[in-house]
Each structure stands twice: as C-alpha cells, then as structure tokens.
Design a protein around this ligand. Structure first.
Ligand code: CA
Length: 227
C-alpha cells in the first residue's frame, strides 16, 4: 500500500519512510508543498501524511487544493499547542491530525484507522458464508450459528469447522485435519484432533436434533446431513 509523506524536515521524513516501510507500506517523499501537491494529484495514494509548515506552499493550502480534486485520506502533522492549526486542518478536509512530536506507534495506529475508514465496505459475497442444513458460518464476522442460535467457538474450533464446511461430504483423515488446522506434522500418538472434535461436537452438534459431524471408523470424520 502506497503512502505519500510531505515533510520538509529531512531527518523526520527519512525516519518516517523507513519506519513505515518496515510496517509494510511503500512510501514516497515530498520535501515541499508544491511537489507534494503535484504528487498527490498525479498518483493514487492510500493516504497522505502532511506536515502543516512547509516551504513553497503550506500544508493547509495543499490540502485545500487537493480537496477540490481528490478525497485521499490525509493525516496532518501539526506543531504542539497550535489548536488553530488543527481546527483549520479539520475544517479544510483533513481526516485526522497528529501533534509533533508523536510516538511512531500512534502514527501507525492512526494510519490504519484512516485506511479502514476509507476502504470500500466489504461485499456480502457468497464466499464469506458457509452453511450446511441449519448450520451457518460467517467468515468475515467470525460468527457461527445453528438454527439461528449463536455458537461460540475457539479460534481452532472455528478453523476446524470451516475446514469441514468447505469440504462437506468428504471424509477427512486425522492427518489431513491436523495438517490443515494445526499446521504440524502429524504425530499419531497425539489425540489433539479427537479432543478438538469432541469439543466442537459438544457445541455444534450435541445440543441439536440432527447430528452433522460423523465419525467414519478407521478413516476419519465427515460433515454431512444424513436423513
Ligand atoms: Ca515542517
């Protein structure tokens, strides 16, 4: 994901570029307002980190010019105590601001909030949902229910059930399950799979009329609706 940092203090700009790079972002730098505006109009950035005090064109003017054309999320950097800067910034169309000096972790957290806010809402695609009979799993919201009744699963149980739902009707061996869910080379002496299946059944099968998760003796387990 690409960010633009508009900051005239070279050391800070390089520090931000390096730190944000480590956090997984690709960062372009502009050291003055005019270059910053040109780049922000020319390229599509996920977000812009904009210093308010810049040579050539200050941050607010850049922001005002940008907002006539684009709604790229902008995080303004302001000097300590300058309340007016912040108010003006927000009125001009900044999405958030951070007072210098700031903790790097706070910068990252705020960028992530900006990116989440500007991300298009996730579509309800069929692949987000898995189901069998009255058992439903919402992968995006990490929710499971049966007959409309919420079932709380641990992370491993959720993963295990999603595997069964994806491969419903197929017999899965203990080795296959262990590899998919625990990411380990299966040691046949452990009973980790049996224990997890037992717990899962107690939550999603036992309290209900129809059993969906079946043991296939000597082979493994299968999730299916049997009449
Ligand atoms: Ca500055």
């Amino acid at each position: 994901m690409k960010l633009l940092v508009v900051e005239d203090e070279q050391k800070l700009a390089q520090y931000l570029q390096k730190g944000l790079g480590t956090a997984g972002f690709v960062v372009d730098l502009a050291h003055d307002g005019v270059t910053g505006l040109h780049m922000s109009l020319e390229f599509d950035y996920a977000a812009i980190i904009l210093d308010s005090m810049l040579p050539g064109m200050d941050g607010l003017s850049l922001l005002a010019a940008l907002r006539t054309k684009k709604q790229t999320p902008v995080l303004m950097l302001t000097a300590l105590g300058k309340v007016e800067d912040r108010v003006n910034g927000l009125q001009t169309g900044a999405d958030d601001y951070l007072v210098k000096p700031f903790a790097f972790s706070e910068l990252i957290a705020r960028i992530q909030v900006l990116l989440r806010r500007s991300a298009p809402p996730q579509q309800e695609t069929p692949s987000n949902r898995l189901s069998l009979h009255d058992l439903e799993m919402d992968l995006a919201r990490r929710k499971v229910s049966r007959n409309g009744q919420r079932i709380d699963l641990s992370a491993k149980e959720f993963l295990l059930l999603s595997l069964f739902l994806r491969k419903q009707g197929e017999v899965l061996s203990r080795t296959e399950i262990a590899e998919q869910v625990w990411d380990m080379n299966f040691d046949s002496n452990t009973n980790v799979v049996e224990v997890a299946i037992k717990r899962l059944r107690a939550k999603m099968d036992t309290p209900f009329d129809l059993q969906l998760l079946h043991t296939v003796r000597g082979m493994g387990y299968v999730l299916e609706k049997r009449e």
